[in-house]
Design a protein around this ligand. Structure first.
Ligand code: SF4
Length: 317
């Protein structure tokens, strides 16, 4: 436990340093955030989501009221399996495009945004039990953690709650596999169809997410705010339509794995060129030859898809 506490403290110190850099040297802070730290998150969620869950600095800070004995004692009404996934997915679909609007280019705005989220988490934890106000209910990253973290290579013990108070049902930190309710709630019903799963918030999220990710990267530069949201909404709609068509022939577990692999693969496919360009600009690394860059893109795409489809084959359709 001490090792995790030290790692959590280190995570917070690094995060505070990055926030300071975003304000004092915005270009460098943005490079560290978007080209160094954030690209580590999807692969860590595929391989060892518990490590990220334990070390996320926002989670660590928002649990300080619990650590110091000031945590709340009730569970919010929204922290149930119908409402919380819906709120979390809506927040994700609103916040991610904000990167193109302001957060990709404005260091102080990004720092203010992160501090606001931390503030919401801390205030929520003062009122509500353990992680029920944010991290285990409506955090917009939670749907992605559930989607990508279905079949971890490495599982680690949960290191936030010294004693579980059952603050939420289907806690991801306790049951990564079954916390994605479209793969567990329907188990009791005879042959739940993939199409039927679109009636659940998580089912819609799983269907829409790969297209949302792809469309985010295809938004033309200098688009208006309206156009940005129209692009990602169109991507999500196309993805949902494709998922529905595939759902006629594939099972829900296969579709969910496919969604995770496609979304993570698309993220790396589109991110690699920009990371390479930023590394050249800030670190002076040589420009990546086009063929090598294409190879790296293909490797990440293949890994993401292959990982989800092979590693998690044990999930039953
Ligand atoms: S381990 Fe228990 S107390 Fe902690 S977030 Fe999960 S359900 Fe809540």
């Amino acid at each position: 436990m001490l090792v995790w506490r030290i790692a959590q403290a280190t995570s917070v110190v690094v995060a505070l340093a990055v926030l300071a850099t975003l304000v004092l040297s915005p270009a460098l802070g943005l490079f560290i955030t978007w080209s160094c730290l954030v690209p580590l998150v999807p692969v860590s969620l595929l391989l060892a989501p518990g490590v990220w869950r334990n070390l996320c600095p926002i989670a660590v800070l928002s649990q300080l009221p619990v650590v110091f004995g000031f945590g709340g004692s009730t569970t919010p009404a929204f922290a149930n399996r119908q409402v919380a996934p819906l709120i979390a997915a809506v927040l994700l679909f609103i916040i991610v495009p904000l990167r193109l609007v302001v957060l990709n280019d404005n260091g102080p705005a990004l720092a203010a945004f992160v501090l606001t989220v931390v503030g919401i988490g801390v205030v929520g934890t003062l009122k509500f039990r353990n992680k029920s106000a944010w991290c285990s209910s409506i955090c917009p990253v939670l749907p992605v953690e559930r989607l990508y973290g279905q079949a971890p290579l490495i599982t680690v013990p949960h290191r936030h709650c010294s004693q579980c108070t059952a603050c939420v049902r289907a806690c991801y930190d306790l049951q990564p596999r079954t916390s994605i309710e479209i793969l567990s709630d329907g188990a009791a019903s005879p042959k739940p169809t993939a199409l039927g799963l679109l009636s659940t918030p998580t089912g819609v999220f799983v269907a829409a997410f790969p297209g949302f990710v792809g469309a985010y990267f295809l938004v033309p530069a200098q688009s208006s705010v309206l156009a940005i949201y129209a692009y990602v909404a169109a991507g999500a709609a196309v993805s949902t339509a494709l998922w529905s068509a595939l759902g006629l022939g594939l099972g829900r577990a296969t579709l969910t794995r496919l969604s995770a692999g496609c979304a993570a693969g698309l993220y790396y496919w589109f991110s690699v060129p920009s990371i390479a360009a930023q590394a050249h600009k800030f670190l002076g690394l040589p420009l990546c030859p086009p063929n090598l860059q294409l190879g790296i893109q293909a490797a990440f795409l293949s890994f993401s898809l292959g990982w989800m489809l092979q590693r998690s084959r044990r999930l039953a359709d």
